[in-house]
Design a protein around this ligand. Sequence first.
Ligand SMILES: [Fe+2]
Ligand SMILES: [Fe+2]
Length: 277
Amino acid sequence: MRGFSVLEEHVHSIFDFAECCLFDGDVERKLALTHRAKQILDNGLLKFPVEGDPGLIASTVFPDKPELLMPRDMPRRRLDTMEGKAAFFHALAHIEFVAIYLAWDIIFRFRGLPDEFYRDWLIIADEEAQHFALIRKHLQSLGFDYGDLPAHRGLWSHAEDTADDILARLAVVPRCMEARGLDVTPAMIGKLKTMGDETGVEILTRIYQDEVGHVERGSYWFNLLAKMEGFDPERHYKELILSHYQGKPRGPFNREVRIIAGFSNNEIDWLEERLHE
Ligand SMILES: [Fe+2]
Ligand SMILES: [Fe+2]
């Protein structure tokens, strides 16, 4: 693994940054490196070399904490208690933290794509790092830090399941997991409003706006790369969801916002039909 010092010299390959962020569990270093990579991109100095081998996804390094549990083992808490509120924001912090890994991994794992693809996902990695920092700060104001509570093991498994197929990755991560966030976030914002948590409302509103953009980039690249590989994008999306996403979809779907994020009405109709199967 290349060290941090290499990046402070002159080798500004996006894949070196990705490697440092994916194979080091240190939270602060990951946030700093992600912001630094974005700055170098903005300065026009980031390189996108075509050669390189990403290796196995199984060697990705996560921090020792939080402890990762199966969803069924996660303690259930009510949002109207202090502990419940902390657990809610801890769960969101974990989603954003894994989202930093997901953005770096889609860069690192899938080589030979247009430079614009890597630019888009670095901008997303940087936004996920900002989301994580915002939620973590709010969590700290409640007397907890990221890592103090257990977290959901399942999120990263979608990356592992789609490690060798860029179209499956795009279908399952931005166009399924992140898209689900677009369905459920407005109700979360409403709940926080009734609780008088103005900071929480502000943070989730900001995240919601950014996430529309992440799903839109997912749709854009899915459709483009699917066509380049000779697939009908809508048909292939359905096939990939059926083969890579276990279980039924959960609704209801936020059709208006999903359309802005690049879903077609046909795709949303199909997801809705599956709810009633
Ligand atoms: Fe996010
Ligand atoms: Fe996102």
